[in-house]
Ligand binder design. Sequence first.
Ligand code: ATP
Length: 723
Amino acid sequence: MNYRSDQKDIINYESGTMALPAVPGAGKTFILTHLAGKLILEGNTESGKILILSYMTSSCSNIKSRIIKFLEEKGINSTKDFEVMTIHSLAMKIIKEKPDVLNLSDEFKMIDSVLQASFIKQAIIDFRKRYTKEFDSFIDPNKKKNIKGAYDSIEDNLTRCMTSFIGEMKCKGISVDMLKDITKDIDYTDMMKLACDIYESYDLNLRKQGLVDYNDLLFMAYKLLKEDEDLRDKFQNRYAYIFEDECQDSNEIQGKILEILAQKHGNLVRVGDLNQSITGTFTSSDPRFFREFCKSADRIQKMFTAGRSSKEVIDLANYLVNWVREDHPVSSCRNALENQIVLTVPEGENPQNPINPKYGIASYIENSWEDSIRRFIQMVTLYKEKYPQKTIAALIPTGYMIGQIGERLQKMNIEYDELSDVSNEKLVTTKTLGKILDYISSPYDNEKFQIVLKDILINEQYDDSYKLYDFIKKCRLEDLLYPNEDLCIPDEIVELSVYKDFVSSLDLVRKFLEFPQLAIDRLILYIGEKLKFSREEKAMMEKIASDIRFLLISNPKWTLKDIAKELEESKNNKFNYFAKFVYELKGYEPTPGKITLSTLHKSKGLEWDCVFILGLTNLHFPVELTDKFMGECAYLKKEYSNPLALLRASLKKLLNEEDIKNPTIKAREETISERARLLYVAITRAKENLILIGHKENQELPSIYIKELKKFIESEKNRYVGC
Ligand SMILES: Nc1ncnc2c1ncn2[C@@H]1O[C@H](COP(=O)(O)OP(=O)(O)OP(=O)(O)O)[C@@H](O)[C@H]1O
């Protein structure tokens, strides 16, 4: 293999701690997988396996298959020497060894975020009812005219904020009792008291129902490893090497777990890019931990050369870094991006940067969001026609905006994949099930029967299907499903090419109808078994069946129709949330000619030939402290407008860690910085072409970034024309 000069020292690693700071597209995943393969090949794993941790289930599958491929090419057909998993799967593995020590039953279950949010929201509502005067003191007096609207908005905002805050406390090891103790002298007009109350109620609910959340997992695993010598020995012996990918998004507790695991062999490799740290404002992750590791590791190997993108894209990414570092109007945000200038690959090394025949970047500022959508559709249609083999993505700030573009593409019959939490592909299983249950609830409804046939059971396209449906329309369904001797199907229908499928579909429908409806969860599993579902769809079915069993306990009056409605209609229902995890198992590989619509966050780690970035406004990419900030709640008094920032600051003060004078401003600075990095991540996904689109809409203005980058793009374009 031809390793680049900045990769050669890394591939020769044998032991010790090593930090690998790298730029986008430098080959972080590439080198980690090759290093793992090489260590296995050279017999370094005799004393223990290699454990590789990554952030998403999808990237774990990707890493695993790359190592398998590497080994297979060298004639080794075994996976026994390495394990790839997320930190949460690792924590689960540790806890499952000794759940009793943590007072957990063997059958403990994970809470999903929908139930988590409902526990927290209910606790906030209960608090508001008990301490109405104190709760009202947080509200902006000018907004009290619409008190119902104020309560709704504040409760939603506080639910998100408390979910993050409770998570952070758990990761820091702060229990309910500890929080109660440090807040004992505070009165109920302080938001910290509310936080304490909500934490207590949430924790109680978890324990009552035998549930555990993701932050509990990390803390419990750490506690077990620290306190149980046998268990610690077992895991330390199991793994001779620990590798961590995407280390810039690590949190403190995760770092501590890895430290313990690596104590015996001392082999820890952590890879990351500080400029791609994009989750700190809403999770407990902090790039500080990777920065500290870079200082303390035995070796630090920088990978600042990258072959993914064309020189133009790299120049633009570097320009953004320089502009932020030197000219950002808020001086405290000038460190948002590290001074890591991406270098193109020297001649003769791999992989060579793509070369465009013409300057490959463009930028537009439109008069409205609608105009941006139009611009995108016009350009993407032309691009697809001209380059059918290229991969294309549109990176868009919110799931809602993705939905709007998706609808337009659908109407125009343009194929696309959606990478947001709840995309259409992920909803297919719930919708399929919803349609079947809805039909079963009214088995002689001709229209519903036809929907099941058309959308689910007969999905092959036959030219003559319409004749069959015309015939069904005129029939009584009872006669079709349970025919007596008099039923005579006309020859012209029997001769249709769709007829064979129709007969087997009738057979299947009868089986569904005859299955006892008292046990809906079993009926669902039965349907899943009869339809030829993929691995992901089957997993979804199983989860839906078990959730329904659970839901029916609290809603015993629910009918089949109610369940069908829930499955079919709501984009935010419980079942769809799980879809997000199941489908992450698959990983994502862009298909040429099919557009990927993704949020900017979900684009991390991926690459496309052509990337559009839409929604570049001051709301999504704020630059000034006076911009509007999405997480702030307009119904709260100014000093409470960002409750998460306020609570984080209060906690730091109570713990004597830091006294933050203006938490809201500090939070704005952090948001501005993180958004700059998010834009950097999005830009560096492009291999050849990049199109930036900003717009104005009501009070939203084009972001300063699009204006600044546009100036650079125009001058570069002229320079290229000159060449
Ligand atoms: N020495 C090499 N020879 C051939 N291909 C390489 C080499 N180094 C890296 N690559 C290729 O460069 C591309 C980018 O690598 P990779 O996806 O590992 O980057 P990354 O650093 O993880 O990116 P990001 O930071 O954006 O997640 C991949 O297609 C990878 O196979």
